[in-house]
Design a protein around this ligand. Structure first.
Ligand code: PXG
Length: 296
Protein backbone atom coordinates (compact mmCIF):
# COMPACT_ATOMS: atom_id res chain seq x y z
CA UNK A 1 0.00 0.00 0.00
CA UNK A 2 1.19 3.51 -0.77
CA UNK A 3 0.16 6.38 1.47
CA UNK A 4 0.11 10.04 0.44
CA UNK A 5 1.66 12.35 3.04
CA UNK A 6 2.23 16.02 2.23
CA UNK A 7 2.76 15.56 -1.49
CA UNK A 8 4.76 12.32 -1.48
CA UNK A 9 3.92 8.62 -1.50
CA UNK A 10 5.30 6.34 1.22
CA UNK A 11 5.20 2.58 1.68
CA UNK A 12 2.95 1.33 4.50
CA UNK A 13 6.01 0.82 6.76
CA UNK A 14 7.32 4.33 6.13
CA UNK A 15 3.97 6.13 6.30
CA UNK A 16 4.48 7.83 9.64
CA UNK A 17 3.35 10.92 11.50
CA UNK A 18 5.37 12.47 14.32
CA UNK A 19 4.37 11.81 17.94
CA UNK A 20 4.51 15.62 18.28
CA UNK A 21 1.71 16.07 15.73
CA UNK A 22 -1.25 17.67 17.49
CA UNK A 23 -3.53 15.31 15.57
CA UNK A 24 -2.19 12.62 17.90
CA UNK A 25 -1.54 14.73 20.99
CA UNK A 26 -4.94 16.48 21.03
CA UNK A 27 -7.11 14.97 18.30
CA UNK A 28 -6.60 18.34 16.60
CA UNK A 29 -7.50 17.92 12.95
CA UNK A 30 -10.29 16.91 10.57
CA UNK A 31 -10.98 13.91 8.36
CA UNK A 32 -13.15 12.41 5.67
CA UNK A 33 -14.20 8.85 4.88
CA UNK A 34 -14.86 8.46 1.15
CA UNK A 35 -15.80 5.46 -1.03
CA UNK A 36 -14.75 4.48 -4.52
CA UNK A 37 -17.06 2.34 -6.61
CA UNK A 38 -16.48 0.90 -10.03
CA UNK A 39 -13.40 3.04 -10.76
CA UNK A 40 -14.85 6.33 -9.53
CA UNK A 41 -14.64 8.28 -6.29
CA UNK A 42 -18.22 8.86 -5.14
CA UNK A 43 -19.25 12.44 -4.22
CA UNK A 44 -15.62 13.53 -3.93
CA UNK A 45 -16.37 17.22 -4.31
CA UNK A 46 -19.01 17.11 -1.54
CA UNK A 47 -16.57 15.34 0.80
CA UNK A 48 -13.82 17.86 0.06
CA UNK A 49 -16.14 20.82 0.55
CA UNK A 50 -17.16 19.41 3.94
CA UNK A 51 -13.48 18.91 4.81
CA UNK A 52 -12.74 22.56 4.00
CA UNK A 53 -15.76 23.71 6.02
CA UNK A 54 -14.70 21.62 9.02
CA UNK A 55 -11.10 22.86 8.75
CA UNK A 56 -12.40 26.43 8.70
CA UNK A 57 -14.49 25.76 11.79
CA UNK A 58 -11.37 24.74 13.73
CA UNK A 59 -9.27 27.57 12.20
CA UNK A 60 -7.05 25.11 10.36
CA UNK A 61 -5.72 26.16 6.99
CA UNK A 62 -5.42 23.22 4.61
CA UNK A 63 -2.13 23.70 2.72
CA UNK A 64 -3.65 22.47 -0.57
CA UNK A 65 -6.43 23.71 -2.81
CA UNK A 66 -9.62 21.71 -3.45
CA UNK A 67 -8.31 20.89 -6.93
CA UNK A 68 -4.96 19.69 -5.53
CA UNK A 69 -6.74 17.53 -2.96
CA UNK A 70 -8.99 16.08 -5.68
CA UNK A 71 -5.87 15.06 -7.60
CA UNK A 72 -4.22 13.66 -4.46
CA UNK A 73 -7.23 11.44 -3.71
CA UNK A 74 -7.55 10.20 -7.29
CA UNK A 75 -3.77 9.57 -7.57
CA UNK A 76 -3.71 7.69 -4.27
CA UNK A 77 -6.49 5.43 -5.57
CA UNK A 78 -4.57 4.93 -8.82
CA UNK A 79 -1.26 4.19 -7.04
CA UNK A 80 -3.05 1.52 -5.00
CA UNK A 81 -5.00 0.12 -7.97
CA UNK A 82 -8.28 0.82 -6.23
CA UNK A 83 -11.46 0.29 -8.21
CA UNK A 84 -13.74 -0.25 -5.22
CA UNK A 85 -12.42 0.88 -1.88
CA UNK A 86 -12.26 3.30 0.95
CA UNK A 87 -10.33 6.56 1.17
CA UNK A 88 -9.38 8.06 4.53
CA UNK A 89 -8.31 11.66 4.11
CA UNK A 90 -6.99 13.54 7.12
CA UNK A 91 -5.58 16.93 7.83
CA UNK A 92 -3.75 17.24 11.14
CA UNK A 93 -2.71 20.43 12.89
CA UNK A 94 0.90 19.31 12.36
CA UNK A 95 3.98 19.13 14.54
CA UNK A 96 3.99 21.46 17.53
CA UNK A 97 5.16 21.74 21.11
CA UNK A 98 3.70 19.70 23.98
CA UNK A 99 1.37 22.58 24.88
CA UNK A 100 -2.02 22.53 23.21
CA UNK A 101 -1.66 25.94 21.56
CA UNK A 102 -2.24 25.37 17.83
CA UNK A 103 -0.25 28.54 17.02
CA UNK A 104 2.89 26.51 17.68
CA UNK A 105 2.04 24.18 14.78
CA UNK A 106 3.33 25.74 11.61
CA UNK A 107 2.66 23.04 9.02
CA UNK A 108 -0.60 21.08 8.90
CA UNK A 109 -0.17 17.60 7.40
CA UNK A 110 -2.35 16.08 4.70
CA UNK A 111 -2.64 12.28 4.63
CA UNK A 112 -4.54 10.16 2.11
CA UNK A 113 -4.93 6.41 2.68
CA UNK A 114 -6.73 4.30 0.08
CA UNK A 115 -7.56 0.73 0.96
CA UNK A 116 -10.21 -1.92 1.23
CA UNK A 117 -13.27 -1.38 3.36
CA UNK A 118 -14.47 -3.46 6.27
CA UNK A 119 -18.22 -3.71 5.97
CA UNK A 120 -20.94 -4.86 8.30
CA UNK A 121 -21.78 -8.56 7.80
CA UNK A 122 -24.00 -9.06 4.68
CA UNK A 123 -26.84 -10.61 6.68
CA UNK A 124 -27.36 -7.28 8.46
CA UNK A 125 -28.37 -5.72 5.14
CA UNK A 126 -30.70 -8.57 4.32
CA UNK A 127 -32.40 -9.06 7.67
CA UNK A 128 -31.82 -5.65 9.25
CA UNK A 129 -29.89 -4.54 12.29
CA UNK A 130 -30.74 -4.29 15.95
CA UNK A 131 -29.54 -1.13 17.70
CA UNK A 132 -29.90 0.44 21.14
CA UNK A 133 -29.95 3.94 22.59
CA UNK A 134 -26.91 4.65 24.75
CA UNK A 135 -26.30 6.88 27.75
CA UNK A 136 -23.39 8.82 26.19
CA UNK A 137 -24.87 12.13 25.02
CA UNK A 138 -23.84 13.49 21.60
CA UNK A 139 -21.43 16.41 21.99
CA UNK A 140 -23.14 19.72 22.66
CA UNK A 141 -22.78 22.05 19.67
CA UNK A 142 -21.04 24.65 21.84
CA UNK A 143 -18.44 22.09 22.92
CA UNK A 144 -17.25 20.14 19.86
CA UNK A 145 -19.95 20.75 17.27
CA UNK A 146 -21.08 17.38 15.84
CA UNK A 147 -21.03 19.08 12.42
CA UNK A 148 -17.23 19.05 12.64
CA UNK A 149 -15.80 15.75 11.45
CA UNK A 150 -12.80 16.14 13.73
CA UNK A 151 -10.04 13.72 14.64
CA UNK A 152 -11.47 13.71 18.15
CA UNK A 153 -14.03 10.92 17.95
CA UNK A 154 -14.04 9.92 21.60
CA UNK A 155 -17.69 10.90 22.01
CA UNK A 156 -18.55 8.39 19.28
CA UNK A 157 -16.06 5.78 20.52
CA UNK A 158 -17.65 5.86 23.99
CA UNK A 159 -21.07 5.29 22.46
CA UNK A 160 -19.69 2.46 20.31
CA UNK A 161 -18.30 0.78 23.44
CA UNK A 162 -21.79 0.89 24.93
CA UNK A 163 -23.18 -0.70 21.76
CA UNK A 164 -20.51 -3.41 21.94
CA UNK A 165 -21.34 -4.09 25.59
CA UNK A 166 -25.02 -4.40 24.64
CA UNK A 167 -24.07 -6.88 21.90
CA UNK A 168 -25.18 -4.72 18.94
CA UNK A 169 -23.29 -3.02 16.10
CA UNK A 170 -24.54 0.55 16.42
CA UNK A 171 -25.77 3.00 19.03
CA UNK A 172 -28.36 5.75 18.86
CA UNK A 173 -27.03 8.92 20.47
CA UNK A 174 -29.37 11.54 21.91
CA UNK A 175 -28.44 15.20 22.26
CA UNK A 176 -28.30 17.09 25.55
CA UNK A 177 -32.06 17.81 25.28
CA UNK A 178 -32.83 14.13 24.85
CA UNK A 179 -33.73 14.29 21.16
CA UNK A 180 -32.37 11.80 18.65
CA UNK A 181 -29.12 13.03 17.08
CA UNK A 182 -27.49 10.24 15.08
CA UNK A 183 -25.49 7.04 15.46
CA UNK A 184 -21.73 6.76 16.09
CA UNK A 185 -20.81 6.82 12.39
CA UNK A 186 -24.15 7.05 10.61
CA UNK A 187 -27.18 9.30 10.29
CA UNK A 188 -30.61 7.91 11.17
CA UNK A 189 -33.90 7.98 9.25
CA UNK A 190 -37.41 6.76 10.01
CA UNK A 191 -40.55 6.36 7.90
CA UNK A 192 -43.80 7.32 9.62
CA UNK A 193 -47.13 7.44 7.77
CA UNK A 194 -45.20 7.40 4.50
CA UNK A 195 -43.06 10.46 5.34
CA UNK A 196 -39.28 10.14 5.62
CA UNK A 197 -37.92 11.87 8.73
CA UNK A 198 -34.35 12.54 9.83
CA UNK A 199 -33.07 14.78 12.64
CA UNK A 200 -32.05 18.29 11.60
CA UNK A 201 -28.36 19.21 11.81
CA UNK A 202 -28.94 21.34 14.91
CA UNK A 203 -30.10 18.22 16.77
CA UNK A 204 -26.48 17.05 16.69
CA UNK A 205 -26.23 15.25 13.37
CA UNK A 206 -23.31 15.35 10.98
CA UNK A 207 -24.10 16.85 7.59
CA UNK A 208 -23.83 13.37 6.10
CA UNK A 209 -23.11 13.09 2.40
CA UNK A 210 -25.13 9.85 2.24
CA UNK A 211 -27.90 11.57 4.22
CA UNK A 212 -28.10 14.28 1.53
CA UNK A 213 -28.08 11.77 -1.32
CA UNK A 214 -30.83 9.68 0.29
CA UNK A 215 -33.00 12.77 0.90
CA UNK A 216 -32.60 13.70 -2.80
CA UNK A 217 -33.39 10.15 -3.97
CA UNK A 218 -36.51 10.03 -1.80
CA UNK A 219 -37.76 13.41 -3.04
CA UNK A 220 -37.14 12.35 -6.65
CA UNK A 221 -39.29 9.29 -5.95
CA UNK A 222 -42.11 11.57 -4.76
CA UNK A 223 -41.61 10.89 -1.04
CA UNK A 224 -42.05 13.77 1.42
CA UNK A 225 -38.85 14.33 3.38
CA UNK A 226 -38.82 16.15 6.69
CA UNK A 227 -36.02 17.20 9.03
CA UNK A 228 -37.82 16.60 12.30
CA UNK A 229 -37.11 16.71 15.99
CA UNK A 230 -37.42 13.08 17.00
CA UNK A 231 -37.73 11.35 20.36
CA UNK A 232 -37.25 7.67 21.07
CA UNK A 233 -41.06 7.34 20.94
CA UNK A 234 -40.98 8.38 17.28
CA UNK A 235 -38.38 5.70 16.58
CA UNK A 236 -40.36 2.96 18.35
CA UNK A 237 -43.59 3.64 16.43
CA UNK A 238 -41.91 4.09 13.03
CA UNK A 239 -42.91 1.89 10.12
CA UNK A 240 -39.32 1.70 8.92
CA UNK A 241 -35.91 2.80 10.13
CA UNK A 242 -32.48 2.83 8.48
CA UNK A 243 -28.99 4.27 8.94
CA UNK A 244 -26.91 6.05 6.30
CA UNK A 245 -23.17 6.57 6.00
CA UNK A 246 -20.36 6.36 3.49
CA UNK A 247 -19.08 3.14 5.05
CA UNK A 248 -22.42 1.57 5.94
CA UNK A 249 -24.33 2.88 2.89
CA UNK A 250 -27.99 2.22 3.86
CA UNK A 251 -28.58 -0.31 6.65
CA UNK A 252 -32.14 -1.34 7.58
CA UNK A 253 -32.90 -1.26 11.31
CA UNK A 254 -35.49 -3.75 12.57
CA UNK A 255 -35.19 -3.52 16.35
CA UNK A 256 -34.53 -0.57 18.66
CA UNK A 257 -34.15 -0.97 22.44
CA UNK A 258 -35.90 -4.34 22.18
CA UNK A 259 -38.91 -2.93 20.25
CA UNK A 260 -39.60 -4.42 16.84
CA UNK A 261 -39.76 -1.71 14.15
CA UNK A 262 -42.68 -2.06 11.72
CA UNK A 263 -42.99 -5.66 10.59
CA UNK A 264 -39.53 -6.50 11.96
CA UNK A 265 -38.10 -6.85 8.46
CA UNK A 266 -36.51 -4.21 6.16
CA UNK A 267 -39.28 -1.92 4.86
CA UNK A 268 -40.34 -1.27 1.27
CA UNK A 269 -39.08 2.32 1.06
CA UNK A 270 -35.79 1.30 2.67
CA UNK A 271 -35.29 -1.46 0.10
CA UNK A 272 -36.20 0.89 -2.75
CA UNK A 273 -33.68 3.49 -1.54
CA UNK A 274 -30.98 0.82 -1.17
CA UNK A 275 -31.48 -0.13 -4.83
CA UNK A 276 -31.47 3.49 -6.02
CA UNK A 277 -28.38 4.29 -3.95
CA UNK A 278 -26.53 1.29 -5.36
CA UNK A 279 -27.34 2.40 -8.89
CA UNK A 280 -26.08 5.93 -8.23
CA UNK A 281 -22.83 4.86 -6.50
CA UNK A 282 -21.93 2.53 -9.35
CA UNK A 283 -22.62 5.00 -12.14
CA UNK A 284 -21.26 8.37 -10.97
CA UNK A 285 -18.21 9.98 -9.39
CA UNK A 286 -14.73 11.29 -10.12
CA UNK A 287 -12.96 8.84 -12.49
CA UNK A 288 -9.79 7.24 -11.08
CA UNK A 289 -8.49 6.22 -14.54
CA UNK A 290 -10.37 8.60 -16.85
CA UNK A 291 -9.91 6.35 -19.93
CA UNK A 292 -11.49 3.36 -18.19
CA UNK A 293 -14.94 4.45 -17.10
CA UNK A 294 -18.00 4.79 -19.21
CA UNK A 295 -20.86 7.03 -18.31
CA UNK A 296 -23.83 5.07 -17.03
N1 PXG B 1 -22.37 10.70 11.52
C1 PXG B 1 -21.11 10.53 11.93
C2 PXG B 1 -20.76 10.84 13.32
C3 PXG B 1 -20.14 10.07 11.03
O1 PXG B 1 -18.88 9.90 11.42
C4 PXG B 1 -21.86 9.94 9.33
C5 PXG B 1 -22.76 10.43 10.26
C6 PXG B 1 -22.32 9.70 7.93
O2 PXG B 1 -21.79 10.68 7.05
P1 PXG B 1 -21.46 10.38 5.53
O3 PXG B 1 -20.98 11.68 5.00
O4 PXG B 1 -20.41 9.30 5.50
O5 PXG B 1 -22.70 9.94 4.90
C7 PXG B 1 -20.52 9.77 9.70
C8 PXG B 1 -19.52 9.26 8.73
C9 PXG B 1 -15.57 4.67 9.58
C10 PXG B 1 -16.34 5.62 8.76
O6 PXG B 1 -14.49 4.26 9.13
C11 PXG B 1 -17.16 6.53 9.38
C12 PXG B 1 -17.87 7.44 8.61
C13 PXG B 1 -17.78 7.40 7.24
C14 PXG B 1 -16.95 6.48 6.62
C15 PXG B 1 -16.22 5.56 7.39
O7 PXG B 1 -15.99 4.33 10.68
N2 PXG B 1 -18.67 8.30 9.28
Amino acid sequence: MKVFIDGKFYSEQDAKISVFDHGLLYGDGVFEGIRAYNGRVFKLREHLERLFDCAKAIALEIPMSLEELTRAVVETCRENEITDGYVRLLVTRGIGTLGLNPNRCKNPSVVVIAGRIQLYPPELYEHGMEIVTVATTRNHHNAVNPAIKSLNYLNNVLAKIEANVAGVEEAIMLNAQGYVAECTGDNIFIVRRGVLHTPPLHAGALYGITRGVVMDLAREAGVTVSESTLTRFDLYVAEECFLTGTGAEIVPVVKIDGRKIGSGTPGALTRDLVAKYRELTHGSGEPIRPGDVQDA
